[in-house]
Design a protein around this ligand. Structure first.
Ligand code: FMN
Ligand code: SF4
Length: 441
């Protein structure tokens, strides 16, 4: 097959060859439209920055000057919605010792952080940027002191064996422990509301605790087995956060539609398994969250530690993927379309656009125009090219010399325990870090 050239002709040829339900729209002005997110919030355009952990907070959980630098770049960049990175709900659930974690002690630092970001934004635009914070319990991927301290929903043999950790390294969360978490989600959400955020997301994706519980088919007790039991912790947390934060505050979920793990005798897999996607249960769950007042959802798939080609299709990474990146992108984008088809009133933030480079706004505009998604969410692009939205608004295009190469170097430095950012396009801060990782590991 001819090498992919990141232009319309190449894209249309590949779409046809892979039989993907994607398209390309020349006119991308739809991305400049406002979107009503409900609860009194309007995003000034249809472009969002996805949550991107920077691993650059202080050990007490408060943001550092590096965290502020990242978000000031996002504020200047023009995306209408900035979906902040994972913020831990308790010490033991931090994914690294530098993950953000808000407490009564540091909440004023968070408030100043949010104020600074809003001030930066107001210097370039009079339109309010919407700021949503992501709440997380890192579960299986907890590393609060820098060493793996997994807290799992159940024994997933595939993930345990691929982790390289000994069997006795894994802790399994007892029902009593899980019972205590909804109050922690609510407490953290309220602190973030007081710090000035417009909303919170209860993270249920990427193999972290609430995401993992969705596939706890084999778990005994009230959080395992039946669909109702597996979604219970997410639903209870949602209810508690809603009660704590009230209306006029966005409450949303970043949800894995599909894990893509191996099928086992007693575990058919969340959203299906590696052989076949089946969105019956995820769609049912979204309906339940909608009935509880959720108006916005952020759609994602896969597990970045285990099958990153499903989660963020790439050109270079830790292994050669079993499929072309476009097939993975087609799946991610099709997932958003299925949700939109089922719940037309739900505002869907789509994932799967960074790889398309300068074609991304054209692919997203086509999805939005056909009511298959509402907002183009950008992950890695935001690290490489934080002002992509300004260029779309002012120049009707993204520039090829600024785009993300999907080379996975940002994740390489993050997995090495360093600050995460783009050593390719943001060299001043992150190239020295990459060099250190290459030298010392
Ligand atoms: C460095 C890095 C950090 C990330 N941190 C988070 C996070 O905190 N929460 C989350 O839900 N996803 C996180 N992601 C996943 C992204 O939000 C996004 O889903 C993924 O990169 C795919 O989108 P893209 O193809 O536009 O990059 C992270 C990704 C990267 C590369
Ligand atoms: S290192 Fe930069 S160019 Fe490479 S994937 Fe990450 S953001 Fe994109």
């Amino acid at each position: 097959m001819q090498k992919f050239k990141y232009d319309k002709d190449s894209l249309m040829t590949y779409i046809k060859d892979f039989n993907l339900d994607l398209g390309y729209q020349d006119d991308i002005s739809i991305l400049k439209e406002e979107v009503d997110l409900g609860d009194g919030y309007i995003s000034p355009n249809r472009m969002a920055i996805h949550p991107l952990e920077g691993c650059d907070g202080h050990t007490d959980g408060s943001p550092s000057e590096f965290s502020l630098r990242r978000y000031k770049r996002f504020a200047r960049g023009g995306a209408g919605l900035v979906w902040f990175e994972a913020i831990a709900i308790c010490e033991e659930s931090r994914a690294n010792p530098r993950q953000l974690y808000i407490t009564e002690q540091n909440k004023e630092v968070f408030k100043t952080f949010v104020d600074e970001i809003r001030k930066t934004r107001s210097e370039v635009s009079s339109k309010k940027q919407i700021l949503i914070a992501q709440l997380t319990h890192s579960g299986r991927y907890s590393k609060p002191n820098g060493a793996a301290s997994p807290i799992c929903a159940y024994d997933n043999v595939e993930l345990r064996e691929s982790s390289g950790l000994p069997e006795d390294a894994f802790t399994y969360a007892a029902d009593e422990y899980l019972d205590s978490l909804p109050d922690m989600f609510a407490k953290t959400a309220l602190l973030l509301k007081e710090a000035g955020f417009d909303g919170v997301d209860i993270k249920a994706c990427h193999g972290y605790l609430l995401g993992e519980l969705l596939s706890a088919y084999e778990r005994e007790g009230k959080y395992g087995g039946s669909f109702e039991n597996r979604v219970k912790l997410l639903m209870t947390s949602f209810k508690k956060v809603k009660e704590a934060c009230g209306d006029n505050f966005i409450l949303t979920v970043r949800l894995n539609l599909y894990d893509s793990y191996l099928k086992t005798e007693n575990n058919p897999g969340w959203g299906g398994n590696v052989d076949k996607m089946d969105l019956t249960e995820p769609i049912k769950l979204i309906g339940m969250l909608k009935d509880m007042g959720m108006k916005v959802i952020n759609i994602t798939m896969g597990n970045p530690y285990h099958n990153p080609h499903i989660n963020r299709p790439y050109n270079a990474g830790g292994y050669t993927p079993p499929e072309h990146p476009l097939v993975g992108l087609g799946r991610l984008i099709e997932g958003s379309a299925k949700v939109k088809q089922e719940y037309p009133d739900m505002i869907v933030v789509g994932t799967g656009y960074s790889w398309f480079r300068q074609c991304a706004p054209h692919v997203a505009a086509n999805e939005i125009a056909n009511n298959k998604t509402d907002i183009m969410g950008m992950g890695r692009v935001a690290l490489a090219y934080p002002d992509f939205a300004n260029d779309i608004i002012n120049h009707n295009r993204m520039f090829s010399d600024k785009i993300c190469l999907t080379c996975s170097l940002c994740t390489k430095i993050m997995r090495a325990g360093r600050f995460a950012g783009c050593p390719v396009r943001d060299q001043e801060v992150y190239l020295p870090i990459l060099r250190e990782v290459r030298k010392y590991g």
